[in-house]
Design a protein around this ligand. Structure first.
Ligand code: HEM
Length: 158
């Protein structure tokens, strides 16, 4: 009698372990890799940021704004570093952004819609250059777009 009881307990325990194993593996299959992983991690992100900062640095529309130009006291490598950190964090990577708040940094730069469009066109060119797939491009663009209210302070086209 005791051995039947033991057997039943073992059977129930095994069934439970088996079922929880199945549900865990099903859950794991459903979890899609983070955007950070799909982009290719920090190496890919740093490469895109490097190319992107090179473009914005010589962008005539952005350089027409004297506030931008004068604020470019921020060294290019530092901007690349901070933007890489920020994008790493925003896409689900282990990085932690250590720069100043975007609102604080950009509030006195008088950045217009026209400058925003020029900036986004450069971003698109860099994403295309490294053949980032459409889905991931859209996700990166919507992350960057979400910062627009902190960046663009002048609504009229200059
Ligand atoms: C038209 C768009 C933009 C323009 C013209 C612009 C311009 C600038 C300028 C001139 C600086 C240097 C400010 C200073 O040294 O005081 C700066 C810093 C920075 N910007 Fe932008 N920016 C733009 C959009 C963005 C966006 C969308 C992001 C991020 C999503 C971003 C991230 C940063 C970061 C991380 C810094 C450095 C912060 C720090 O020094 O702690 N910027 N930007």
């Amino acid at each position: 009698m005791k051995s039947i009881k033991n057997f039943s307990l073992i059977f129930i325990a095994l069934t439970f372990i088996l079922l929880s194993g199945i549900s865990i593996s099903t859950a794991q299959e459903k979890v899609q890799p983070s955007l950070y992983e799909r982009l290719g991690g920090i190496h890919a992100i740093a490469t895109v940021v490097d190319d992107f900062v090179e473009r914005v640095w010589v962008n005539d529309v952005l350089n027409q704004n004297p506030k931008n130009k004068q604020a470019m006291g921020l060294e290019k490598p530092a901007l690349k570093y901070l933007a890489t950190e920020l994008l790493g964090q925003a896409t689900g990577g282990p990085q932690k952004y250590t720069g100043r708040s975007l609102k604080e940094v950009h509030k006195n730069l008088n950045i217009s819609e026209k400058e925003w469009d020029a900036f986004m066109a450069d971003l698109k060119a860099s994403l295309n250059k490294f053949k980032v797939p459409d889905k991931e491009q859209q996700e990166v663009i919507s992350i960057v777009n979400s910062t627009k209210p902190d960046i663009v302070t002048v609504s009229n086209i200059k």
